[in-house]
Design a protein around this ligand. Structure first.
Ligand code: ATP
Ligand code: MG
Length: 138
């Protein structure tokens, strides 16, 4: 059974022109794009999305970054989508990311790291529902 995950091409990658290459890498790895939209988000919306990190020292800086410019929100589908996207993304800190991963190629720092991917089934369900209405998932 195919599985769905939620992903964001973060504002750093949109700003520096690598969104197209990231999308091509994701599509080339066999993910079907169920839904996709480019928009800016508010600080408040970013805080709700990253609520699990609200006690972390980087929370304010992270949510300021995520609301600093347009990003691309997407729902992706394939067998084993959650784990496979995390593998394609590479480590949170691009300095530790494996060769060929999206973060190794396109991220510039541990914060401005180009891409987000859900880390489990329950977080994927929360994140998809946070950004997309049911009728947008086709
Ligand atoms: P994401 O949730 O965006 O897919 P992740 O699961 O690899 O990334 P998390 O630990 O969930 O990493 O952190 C969420 C995001 O917060 C990171 O992707 C990064 O943008 C930012 N972040 C994480 N750790 C730090 C840090 N030490 N300093 C600054 N920003 C950080
Ligand atoms: Mg995470």
């Amino acid at each position: 059974m195919p599985q769905r995950t939620f992903s964001i091409i973060k504002p750093d990658a949109v700003r520096n022109g690598s969104a197209g290459a990231i999308l091509a890498q994701v599509a080339g790895a066999g993910f079907r794009i169920v839904a996709i939209k480019k928009q800016s988000i508010s600080k408040h919306e970013a805080e709700g999305f990253y609520a699990v990190h609200r006690e972390r020292p980087f929370f304010d800086s992270l949510t300021t970054f995520m609301s600093s410019g347009p990003l691309i929100l997407m729902v992706l589908e394939k067998e084993n989508a959650i784990a496979d996207l995390r593998k394609l993304m590479g480590a949170t800190n691009p300095a530790n990311a494996e060769e060929g991963t999206v973060r190794k190629k396109f991220a510039s720092s541990i914060q401005e790291n180009a891409i987000h991917g859900s880390d489990a089934e329950d977080t994927a369900a929360f994140e998809i529902a946070y950004w997309f209405a049911g009728y947008e998932l086709i």
